[in-house]
Ligand binder design. Structure first.
Ligand SMILES: Cc1ncc(COP(=O)(O)O)c(C=O)c1O
Length: 393
């Protein structure tokens, strides 16, 4: 009765880990290097995370279809303060995390739109392309170009009989951590604001960028005249993956359709979660959080870069995100490496799960690549992490 499909690659790895260790990665003393979540506790020099919110009976009513006005206003204020975005709550649609926003966005594209997607990208994009049967143009992002596409690579004509192109891009990129320079982001926004073009900038790692957070909204003059969508979430930057709150910023006409979708298929997002995230976006707090996230994760990125290089990994990581992206030493494959790591209750994400051209059960040029996540790690775990990694190399 149901179409058969596998779990998304990160979860596939978690399920393999659970089968091998009888533990859930991230619980107890496991080493969750495959996992894409940040510390959910106060960072060094960072703001505290509230321990409670109060609710009354009115908070238990159905939430608004597009999101509660308090949260939509807080999100609009946030982008207006930090990126002079010139948006209102009417440009904000709230979803239960980043992925539901991305999936809805892609699902409601018209039939004549194809997707331009980098070859090495965020794992569930692969599933979304297949489930939604999208026509795809692949932008080279591989060892030959250092996982850094050039300007021409982003200049794309429609493929497979499509008439329009939508660029789908995580920036900074998961898994590579490569972020567009301000100049290139500005040019891409301009180029994809033209007739016949649109773009989804997936900014889940907005705060995790050295030297400072970045958003395409800084370069969009009038979002209503574009088909550009900015996807954000409280998941990484605000450190609350468990709240399941994400959003899409787009032209009012598009947000209205997301509202209609919510009325049919979602019924809004948990109001308590929205109230909690609204608190996190309070002006001074969020300014403080941006700085603390940026600083702490830069120091972690630098530390693990030195550590992994000293073990013989060849790294290709950019200046963003909370992953290292690299090639294993000694010709090891990522699956072989995981078998060894699982014995230490540790695991990484095999690189092939980020290969947007992969075929199930076939080899991939990324078989010996890994995505090592330092997102969930306390600064104090470094020495023990290095010990395990070196034993498994
Ligand atoms: C590139 C990217 N986009 C979006 C998300 C959204 O995550 P969530 O659906 O957990 O909010 C993630 C999380 O891993 C991500 O890495």
């Amino acid at each position: 009765m149901l179409v058969n499909f596998p779990p998304m690659g990160v979860y596939e790895t978690l399920f393999k880990f659970a089968a091998a260790t009888s533990k859930y990665m991230g619980d107890g003393k496991t080493h969750p290097w495959a996992q894409g979540y940040p510390l959910t506790s106060q960072l060094p020099d960072g703001p505290v995370l509230p321990e409670s919110i109060s609710l009354d009976s009115l908070d238990l009513k159905y939430p608004k279809a597009t999101g509660e006005i308090e949260l939509r206003q807080a999100i609009a204020d946030y982008y207006n303060t930090h990126y002079q975005a010139g948006i209102t709550p009417e440009h904000v649609g709230v979803f239960a995390g980043g992925r539901p926003g991305l999936l809805a966005n892609l699902a409601f594209l018209e039939d004549d739109v194809c997707i331009a997607l980098e070859e090495t990208e965020y794992t569930p994009y692969w599933d979304m392309m297949r489930l939604l049967k999208k026509k795809v143009h692949i932008i080279p992002s591989n060892i030959e170009n250092n996982f850094r596409p050039n300007d021409q690579d982003y200049d794309i004509n429609p493929v497979e009989g499509a008439k329009r192109v939508l660029l789908l891009k995580s920036n900074p990129c998961n898994p590579t951590g490569v972020a567009l320079s301000a100049e290139r982001l500005k040019n891409l926004v301009k180029s994809y604001s033209q007739q016949g073009r649109g773009a989804i900038f997936d900014e889940a790692y907005e705060f995790y960028n050295d030297p400072e957070p970045m958003s395409a909204l800084k370069y969009i003059d009038n979002i209503d005249s574009t088909d550009i969508f900015i996807v954000g979430a409280a998941t990484k930057g605000l450190q609350v993956p468990g709240m399941r709150v994400g959003w899409v910023i787009a032209a009012e006409r598009h947000i209205e359709l997301f509202r209609n979708y919510s009325s049919i298929g979602m019924g809004g997002i948990s109001r308590p979660s929205q109230l909690y995230v609204t608190k996190l976006l309070e002006k001074e707090r969020v300014t403080h959080a941006r700085k603390a996230v940026c600083n702490f994760y830069k120091s972690q990125r630098d530390k693990y870069e030195d550590g992994l290089k000293s073990l013989g990994f060849k790294l290709f990581t950019g200046h963003g995100g909370f992953y290292h992206w690299g090639l294993l030493p000694n010709g090891l494959t990522a699956d072989e490496f995981n078998e060894r790591l699982f014995k230490h209750d540790a695991g990484i994400l095999p690189g092939y799960l980020c290969d947007m051209q992969r075929e199930s059960d076939a080899t991939s040029p990324l078989d010996s690549f890994i995505r090592f996540s330092f997102g969930p790690l306390e600064a104090s775990s470094f020495d023990n992490d290095m010990q395990i990694l070196s034993e498994c190399i």
